[in-house]
Design a protein around this ligand. Structure first.
Ligand SMILES: C[S@@+](CC[C@H](N)C(=O)[O-])C[C@H]1O[C@@H](n2cnc3c(N)ncnc32)[C@H](O)[C@@H]1O
Length: 310
């Protein structure tokens, strides 16, 4: 069996169901990501594209609007109580940025003077093309997707039920994509950069200079210090080992200004209980100001962190 994909914007605007002959969702190419932002159903389309697209580590971009309403309410009162004046804010591991846009919109109503930098480990991909073939590469050059109309081959989630697609993809990869990548590496082909944040976050960054989208790896130090660092659903054992957590916590401590706040927590679907808390930077480590649910999955490591031992 064989299937094709959605590789041109006109297919999206015409075919609203975007299903194949068997009723299965057709793959929408990641290369259309920046061409759908003005469509009325941009959020649904962007979500659909990203749900079938994982980065080179296999991580998916999955967030929900209104994910931590109750948690956010308490957090905002703690910020109001503990910090005064203009606020420098870092929201890290934001995935496609839905929860960051949500929190910025609430925070900006309370604090007019705020610079909110929202980042993720891997928000960019690069598209290169020559004649009929297009390929999307990760930051390290790994092939994530190939478009050879009418086919869209997603290499992070290959078409298991369509063996013929796999055979065609091997040929295209060997005869078209490999030479294209060689031409790109030789500087003969230019790449187009795509930022994989959700339309709400991309549009917010365009219209409000206080909301900035960036790349940041938690295993690297912050470029500058902030009053607040927020890390939601990222400080989990699925992402980091114990020695890596020690690094991450050290960088967060160093990345905070004196008495700065560290907000962290993990939950499931929108509205589910957040296990997390708010910590305040002290000269030696962190003091816990508030705990939600059972507390952060790494509460013990945060509380045991001591500046002098690092
Ligand atoms: C489950 S999402 C959480 C998104 C959002 N904060 C939320 O709570 O809805 C986790 C995100 O953490 C990011 N991440 C994983 N390792 C990271 C690292 N070393 N530095 C920064 N972000 C990282 C992943 O890319 C992913 O987008």
């Amino acid at each position: 069996m064989i299937t094709n994909g959605i590789h041109h914007r006109s297919q999206i605007t015409k075919d609203l169901k975007l299903k194949d002959f068997f009723g299965v969702d057709k793959r929408i190419s990641i290369t259309l990501y920046d061409q759908i932002l003005d469509l009325p159903n941009a959020e649904d389309l962007a979500e659909r594209i990203l749900l079938l697209f994982s980065d080179e580590r296999g991580a998916y971009k999955r967030t929900y609007r209104k994910r931590f309403e109750e948690f956010d309410k308490v957090v905002l009162t703690l910020i109001e109580k503990n910090l005064k004046g203009p606020l420098l804010f870092q929201d890290v591991g934001i995935s496609d940025g839905r929860t960051a846009a949500d929190f910025f919109e609430k925070g900006a109503q309370l604090f007019q003077k705020i610079i909110y930098t929202a980042s993720d480990y891997n928000p960019k991909v690069y598209v290169i093309e020559k004649r009929t073939v297009k390929t999307t590469l990760s930051q390290t050059g790994k092939v994530l997707e190939i478009v050879w109309p009418p086919f869209v081959f997603n290499l992070s989630r290959p078409d298991r039920y369509y063996p013929l697609n796999t055979v065609i993809r091997w040929f295209i990869q060997f005869f078209k994509v490999n030479p294209l990548i060689a031409a790109y590496k030789a500087g003969k082909v230019k790449a187009k950069e795509l930022l994989l944040f959700c339309p709400a976050a991309l549009n917010l960054a365009k219209k409000d200079p206080r909301f900035i989208l960036e790349q940041h790896d938690l295993l690297k130090p912050f470029k500058e210090q902030s009053h607040i660092i927020r890390a939601m659903n990222v400080l989990n054992t699925t992402y980091f080992s114990k020695p890596e957590f020690e690094k991450v916590i050290t960088y967060i401590h160093d990345g905070l200004l004196a008495n700065g706040l560290f907000i962290t927590g993990s939950n499931q679907d929108a509205g589910s209980l957040v296990h997390g808390g708010v910590y305040q930077k002290t000269t030696q480590g962190f003091e816990k100001l508030w705990q939600s649910g059972e507390g952060s999955p790494i509460d013990e490591m945060i509380m045991d962190f001591s500046k002098t031992s690092h």
